[in-house]
Design a binder for this molecule. Structure first.
Ligand code: SF4
Length: 362
C-alpha cells in the first residue's frame, strides 16, 4: 500500500533498504530513515512504496536573472547574467536562514513555475544568460533535477552554478559536482558546536566537500561565510577559517565575508557592522588568502578584485556593477602579467546590478 505523498514522484537516486524495512536516504549526512509515506527532513525527498522519490522535480519557486556577482561569484564570468532558481526545502535547519520562506516551505503552492530541464536551458540561452544557478535553497536536495538541468545546459553551451552549503555525502557529491561548472559553498562557521546547535549539521562533512572540490574536480568555487555578531565573528574563528583555507585549499580560493541581517529564528541579533567584515578581510588576507571580499554591504574596496602580484585594480565593483577592467584577454593583470585565478572571457559582461524576474511557464 502506498501512502499519498504530494508533489512529483520522480525516482530518486542514492538510497538503500535497511534490515528493519526502512529506506535510508544517502544524499546527505542526515541519513533519514523512512517508512512508507514519510518525508526526509528536507521535506522534498520522500518514500513512496518501495522507493525514494523527489517531489519537486520540474517545479520552481521562481526564476530571476541576477548578476553572477550576487551568487556571490567574483571570479566566474564577471559581469554576466545568470538565470537563477530554487525549489523548496533544505537539509540544514539554520536558525539565521536568510531565505527561510523558500527553504522552510512546506506548501507546494510556493512552487509557482513549472520548468523541465530542457526548458530552463533553452530559456537561459534565449535570455542571453551565460549560466544557470541552482540557488535560493540548497540544490543538494533536488539533486536529480539539478543534474538533469545541468546536462541540458551543457548541451547548449550554458554553464551551471551550485549555491550550496556542501552538506552532501561523498557518493552523491561525486555525481552532483561532476555536472557543475562553478559553486559557491557556504562555510557557515568553523566550530562543530555552531554547526550542531545552530544548523543541525556537522562541520566535517562540509570541509570534506571543499577538499573534494579542490582536489578531485575542475569546479571553480568560492566560499562564503555569513558573519553573525557574537556567534562566528571572533578574530580567532576568522583566523582558524582562513588558515584552514590556505593550508587545505590554497591561496587562490576566494572567500566572501558577508553581512548578516536579523531573520528567521535570529531576529534578535543585530546587523553585522561593516567594520567587522573589514577586520575579517584583513585577518584572512594576512593569513595568505589572495582574494577576500566583503558582501551585503556597500564597500567598493572590499568588493573589488586586486592583483596579488602588483596590487593593481583588476575588477572594480560597486555593489554588483563592474567599473574598472584590468585583465588582458588571457585573464592576466594588464600591469604586471600575473594571472588571476578563475574563469574569464576576453571581455567582461555588461549585465550590471539588475534583477529581472522571469516566468518560464506559458
Ligand atoms: S537529502 Fe533530505 S531525505 Fe536525504 S538524508 Fe538529507 S535531509 Fe534526509
Amino acid at each position: 500500500m502506498t501512502t499519498n505523498v504530494e508533489g512529483s514522484h520522480f525516482p530518486a537516486r542514492h538510497w538503500h533498504r535497511q534490515e528493519d524495512g526502512r529506506i535510508q536516504c544517502d544524499v546527505c549526512p542526515r541519513a533519514c530513515k523512512l517508512a512508507d509515506g514519510q518525508r526526509g527532513l528536507c521535506f522534498v525527498r520522500a518514500r513512496v512504496g518501495e522507493q525514494m522519490v523527489l517531489t519537486t522535480y520540474g517545479r520552481s519557486s521562481g526564476f530571476c536573472i541576477d548578476p553572477i556577482e550576487k551568487k556571490p561569484l567574483n571570479h566566474f564570468l564577471p559581469g554576466t547574467p545568470v538565470l537563477s532558481f530554487g525549489t523548496a526545502g533544505c537539509n540544514l535547519t539554520c536558525k539565521f536562514c536568510q531565505n527561510w520562506d523558500i527553504s522552510k516551505a512546506r506548501e507546494f503552492d510556493r512552487l509557482v513555475d513549472g520548468a523541465p530541464p530542457e526548458r530552463i536551458a533553452q530559456a537561459a540561452k534565449a535570455l542571453g544568460c551565460r549560466s544557470v544557478a541552482f540557488t535560493y535553497n540548497d540544490p543538494v536536495i533536488f539533486l536529480e533535477y539539478a543534474v538533469d538541468t545541468a546536462r541540458a545546459c551543457r548541451a547548449l553551451g550554458i554553464k551551471t552554478v551550485a549555491v550550496t552549503a556542501g552538506y552532501i555525502t561523498p557518493k552523491a557529491g561525486a555525481e552532483f559536482f561532476a555536472e557543475m561548472d562553478a559553486a559557491n559553498v557556504d562555510l557557515k562557521a568553523f566550530t562543530e558546536d555552531f554547526y550542531r546547535t545552530i544548523c543541525g549539521g556537522h562541520l566535517g562533512a562540509v570541509l570534506d566537500t571543499l577538499l573534494y572540490l579542490k582536489h578531485h574536480t575542475k569546479v571553480w568555487f568560492e566560499i562564503t561565510t555569513l558573519l553573525i555578531p557574537g556567534e562566528n565573528d571572533s578574530e580567532s574563528e576568522i583566523d582558524s577559517i582562513s588558515r584552514w583555507v590556505v593550508e587545505s585549499l590554497g591561496p587562490d580560493v576566494p572567500v566572501h565575508f558577508s553581512a548578516f541581517h536579523p531573520d528567521w529564528k535570529m531576529a534578535d541579533k543585530p546587523h553585522t557592522e561593516g567594520g567587522i567584515l573589514s577586520r575579517a578581510r584583513s585577518i584572512a588576507k594576512a593569513n595568505g588568502i589572495r582574494h577576500v571580499y566583503t558582501g551585503n554591504v556597500q564597500d567598493a574596496n572590499g568588493g573589488s578584485t586586486w592583483c596579488h602580484g602588483c596590487g593593481a585594480l583588476l575588477i572594480g565593483r560597486d555593489w554588483y556593477e563592474l567599473s574598472t577592467w584590468g585583465l588582458d584577454e588571457d585573464g592576466r593583470c594588464r600591469a604586471c602579467g600575473t594571472p588571476l585565478a578563475g574563469r574569464f572571457e576576453p571581455a567582461p559582461g555588461t549585465w550590471g546590478r539588475r534583477r529581472q524576474p522571469v516566468r518560464l511557464q506559458g
